[in-house]
Write a protein that binds this ligand. Sequence first.
Ligand SMILES: Nc1nc2c(c(=O)[nH]1)N[C@H]1C(S)=C(S)[C@@H](COP(=O)(O)OP(=O)(O)OC[C@H]3O[C@@H](n4cnc5c(=O)[nH]c(N)nc54)[C@H](O)[C@@H]3O)O[C@H]1N2
Ligand SMILES: Nc1nc2c(c(=O)[nH]1)N[C@H]1C(S)=C(S)[C@@H](COP(=O)(O)OP(=O)(O)OC[C@H]3O[C@@H](n4cnc5c(=O)[nH]c(N)nc54)[C@H](O)[C@@H]3O)O[C@H]1N2
Ligand code: SF4
Ligand SMILES: [Mo]
Length: 763
Amino acid sequence: MSTTIHKNACILCSVNCGINIEVDDQTKAFVKITGDKDHPTSQGYICQKATRLNYYQSQERLTSPLRKKADGNFEEISWDTAIQEIADKLKHVRDTYGGTSIAYAGGGGQGNHMAQMYAAAFRKALETPYIYSSIAQEKTGNFWVHGKLFGRQNVNYGEPIADTDFGMIIGANPMQSHGIPRARRVIGEISRDKNRTLVVIDPRKTETAMKADYFLQVKPGRDAWLMSAMLGIIVQEGLEDKQFINVHTNGFHDIKPYFMAIPIQEYVDIAGVDYDMVLEVTRKMAAAKTVAIRSDLGIEMSLNSTLNAYLKRLLFLITGNFNKFGTNHLSTWFMPLIGHSRDIDEGGRTTMVTNSREIAKIYPPNVLAQEIDTDHPDRLRALIVDSANPVLNWVDTNAQKRAYKKLDVMVVIDIAMTETAAEADYVLPASNQFEKYESTFFAESIFHVRRPIFPPLKGTLSEPEIYTRLIKALGTLDHIDLSELKKAAQQEKENPGQGVFQGAFMKASLEKPQLNQYSAITLRETLGKTLPKGAENAAFIWFAAQLYASKYPKAIRNAGIEGKGAELGEIIFDKIMNSPSGIKVSHHEYEDIWDLMRTPDKRVNLCIPELLDNWLVKLPEVLENQAKLEKNYPFNLIAGERRTYNANAVIRNLEWAKTDKEGFLKINPTDAALHGLEEGAAVQLTSPTGSIKILTTITDEVKKGVISMPHGHGITYNETQSYKEVGAMPNILTTADYCDPLAKTPYHKNVRVKLEKLEEELV
Ligand SMILES: Nc1nc2c(c(=O)[nH]1)N[C@H]1C(S)=C(S)[C@@H](COP(=O)(O)OP(=O)(O)OC[C@H]3O[C@@H](n4cnc5c(=O)[nH]c(N)nc54)[C@H](O)[C@@H]3O)O[C@H]1N2
Ligand SMILES: Nc1nc2c(c(=O)[nH]1)N[C@H]1C(S)=C(S)[C@@H](COP(=O)(O)OP(=O)(O)OC[C@H]3O[C@@H](n4cnc5c(=O)[nH]c(N)nc54)[C@H](O)[C@@H]3O)O[C@H]1N2
Ligand code: SF4
Ligand SMILES: [Mo]
């Protein structure tokens, strides 16, 4: 058997480890996948999920554009027909009701972000600001808080557990979900080192908790009480870092009274953790040389999400653990995936129906169905979904299905027939992530352009091509003449290093400002044509490189990339295009890092009155409301755990899972006994929104009253039909209104349900 090894990246989580994929030259099957030692962040590390990426590559695909018929079934149509009909329908909606009646949903899952630049141009052409993103059901509370503390919602910021003396992990399980590079090694190292401390705060005794020096098994949704108590201990015992506070922050004296007033013992009791351990952990944190705090969905998708984001940051800020080695710190994006939005009181934008605020230029999935399913004159009437599966993954599956029926037109761009695609009027088949140039760049200071391993599957197109065709069909680019730029690109190719293309591009941008809005398309059609076949999709990186070089030349040179002025941008672009393992594009020295602050005086604004007066002091009300819900729905369901074999819904064939195909519900032995459940018994869970049937596994990983089910199950896939009824969809149970009042992030980790034993067999 002859094989070829291709470098690429794993697309199953945001860490995007570099991988070597060994491909059988005859059958084209993935024979073996190993870690790529040359990848700048993963350095050869991979987890068990990447080794089974062959299930992504070999899964059932879409191979023709589809149009829904009156009887609800799909028919195959040609690309030309699909593009023209979709463009005509969207144009009609735009011209009749305005661009604000159109929404875009998605944004690239864990590994296909290249299309985003083109999707942005498409939204410009459709005149819609509305991008509903999965990120806005987890991180927007954080971004809003960043806006207040650091001056901008889109600052990039890191949580370097790998380099810290005292690592605290709140509501994250890096041993399974990663979220930080080489997570298992990093956690193992800090865990084994007697001189370093690892604290885990989680209601579940997770794989990460097992490695901790201190495990605080908080009651679900009670982190705000715990973190307030810790802040209370710090200020009441005078443990804050006074020098740091003086030099780098404003507002400490305004926030101090709120934490002086925290009844520490009472709050620790509400959180359900040991008082002495909280005291010890907090004092140790205040005394530690460096502290880094990492958190994720456990506090983002639960009660007090935005307040949690603030309290967590206050913990590292008032102990002086910010912008130093081994502490939470700012950095930069080579190419930002989010932006900065003005807040409501500054005239910022909101949605038309529910008045939900835009944060970081994105909108919350939690309100999408309500923005469609209403008689409001300004409701949404058209929806384009790309690289996302909202019906499965976003809140309230059934409410979404009802809403989508009301749309004038719904288009889904995906590689597979998903639960969401099934609802669409048109489905467009995309080439998958190993069949086109793609990029990954979530990790700090990294950019990885991945080359295609295979040509596009017959019948499919890359998203950049799809968006370019759609924009052309809308007629938006008709009046833009690109001939000068095409000529300049050709000259640049023949005579590189003279800055010919750069000069021409700058000139064209000044003369025709509308070009800037469509720069991804412009570059693809000009510079892109001089790049290797397929690489035209990556041409926009040239522009990102120019911008980045003009802003952070020193940090770029620190990363070992030499060059000056205009030349530096060209050099980074070249390096990125010619580094199959990805490259580190910058390194910010700690002495320069405070320059990345975006407040006018480069100091942190510690005081966010909205969160203190309207929220922190009203925590007792949150508790009262919760108590009412608990009466009828006694169980707290953690709906969406990351496990050994789930990866959102990127791999639909659940045969890829070596264990837990069924997606078991974890339940405590006492609860199991109370309900007469034996290992593997089936139960029905009912929430105010819906009910599901699921198999149980008995474990003391969860306490009495807490149950936990995996994310990414309930998928319909031919070969796994038999699991369909058991591997349940968590979002049948979730409720749109049960969410953060400010950012509208859902409380998926705190779904209130009741549980009944089922006598029937599920499989
Ligand atoms: N295996 C795998 N890895 C993944 C993914 C995947 O699908 N599968 N998805 C990726 C994506 S998109 C994301 S966003 C990340 C998410 O990564 P994580 O947030 O780390 O993963 P989760 O398991 O969803 O939740 C984290 C932890 O929060 C805990 N938790 C639940 N409720 C509470 C609470 O009230 N308080 C506290 N303190 N903790 C609570 C849960 O018990 C869990 O251990 O994972 C990424 N990695
Ligand atoms: N109850 C509950 N719900 C949750 C969560 C939870 O913890 N609990 N977690 C949430 C989180 S953190 C996240 S990030 C979301 C994730 O939810 P989504 O954003 O929906 O992400 P994925 O499941 O990764 O869906 C990616 C889609 O992209 C498609 N795809 C793969 N490759 C390509 C490609 O090259 N091109 C195109 N066009 N499509 C492609 C896949 O087929 C799949 O349909 O789920 C959320 N939903
Ligand atoms: S850590 Fe994430 S990116 Fe790395 S191999 Fe595992 S799933 Fe893939
Ligand atoms: Mo996520």
